[in-house]
Design a protein around this ligand. Structure first.
Ligand code: GMT
Length: 377
């Protein structure tokens, strides 16, 4: 099949899922075209079936904000025509689903019927999408997609609650490529440079936006390190970084908190992590939690959004109410104190992550595509 994928190319779950999906589809022989404003960060040109088309923006003194969706929809029309694409899979509703609808209409005028699959990822619904500035356009583009998927039951329910939806929404969970985690496990997993042998390693990975509540990460770690020798690895970058660094300084734990910046190989950091902290205000799914579990790292998270569908309380980690730092720290200490308990949590986390493998999820997307192609005939 010839498939166009539209996503955000930056660090962030939706871009990661879209990129990994595109690369896996190309591996299976599909021709995949990424269409976005930069090359996606995790995109490796390992297959000759992969292509990248940059959406170029025109600077003009009249534009305070450049009209990205206009440039994107024009580029979609151009790429669909030039490469005879059969469908567009757009990740994150804003503005991708809207731009895809516009492209679909423009192509229809030329006698081309392009199918559009929209995958809802989370904040496109929960934080931004339902804002009055965007709501009507988001609702319209969801209702006018050929297929709509959401990454968890929780996100599906949120979408039905926040919008008037006339289209069915199919749940297709986030996934991980287990091979990468097995390879990282077997490779030299060097923890020695980061922590002393007796120290536990606690990790947080995100784009440090307010929704991730990274000050809670620092607060939880502060309590943990009072009972257990430990280091905290903060992986990622974003607007809340400075506040978190200042808090670590204020609590006088800066020497035990390492800010490592963005990483494209999170599995190599997770392979030596003992615990993962994800105290988010909301997570439609929590791909970072799944990545941690795949590496055998138990998760302490909030119980918001779709996290309950991923992290299983008492089995793969624990879930606490939003902002309940004491409860998160108590649970973390319970897991980290005893080697036997920690190893049991690690094993169960790895086992549970197997439910969300690429091998399980890829055929679901392929079936969706095939179904649309059959409809078109
Ligand atoms: O979580 C982020 O900050 C990035 C965001 C995105 O859209 O790029 O992630 C969302 O999509 C991921 C992939 O489907 C989900 O695993 C994340 O839970 C979701 N983030 C939120 O809902 C906050």
């Amino acid at each position: 099949m010839k498939i166009g994928i539209v996503c955000y190319p930056t660090y962030g779950g939706s871009g990661v899922v879209a990129t990994e999906l595109g690369m896996a589809l190309a591996d299976k022989g599909h021709e995949v075209h990424f269409i976005t404003y930069n090359q996606p960060v995790r995109l490796d040109f390992i297959s000759h079936n992969l292509h990248f088309h940059e959406v170029l923006m025109e600077e003009y003194p009249l534009f305070q904000y450049q009209p990205y969706e206009l440039a994107l929809s024009s580029k979609l029309v151009e790429v669909v025509k030039k490469y005879n694409l059969e469908l567009l899979h757009v990740h994150y509703a804003i503005p991708h689903a809207y731009a895809a609808y516009m492209a679909k209409m423009m192509l229809k005028e030329k006698g081309i019927d392009i199918k559009v699959v929209t995958t809802l990822h989370g904040t496109d619904i929960t934080l931004v999408g339902s804002h009055p500035s965007y709501k009507a356009a988001v609702e319209f583009s969801i209702n006018n997609s050929d297929v709509v998927t959401a990454v968890s039951n929780s996100l599906r329910e949120d979408t039905l609650r926040l919008f008037t939806i006339t289209n069915p929404i199919q749940v297709v969970y986030n996934f991980i490529d287990l091979k990468k985690y097995e390879e990282a496990d077997q490779a030299d997993c060097q923890r020695i440079a980061l922590a002393k042998p007796k120290e536990r390693i606690v990790t947080h990975i995100s784009n440090f936006r307010p929704v991730k509540r990274i000050e809670d990460v620092i607060q939880v770690f502060n309590i943990i390190q009072q009972s257990i020798p430990a280091k905290l690895l903060m992986v990622g970058d974003g607007p809340e970084r400075l506040r978190a660094e200042n808090l670590a300084r204020k609590l006088d734990i800066k020497q035990n908190v390492l800010f490592l910046g963005n990483s494209q190989d999170v599995e190599k950091i997770l392979c030596y992590s003992d615990l993962f902290l994800l105290p988010s205000k909301t997570e439609s799914f929590g791909l970072a939690a799944l990545e941690a579990m795949a590496a055998g790292t138990p998760v302490i998270s909030t119980n918001t959004g779709g996290l309950q569908e991923v992290n299983i309380n008492g089995k793969t980690g624990y879930l606490s109410d939003l902002g309940n730092i004491d409860d998160m720290a108590k649970n973390a200490i319970e897991i980290l104190t005893d080697d036997k308990v920690l190893n049991e949590f690690k094993e169960r986390s790895k086992e549970h992550a197997r439910l969300f493998t690429l091998e399980n999820i890829l055929p679901v997307y392929e079936d969706i595509y095939k179904g649309l192609m059959e409809k078109a005939i």
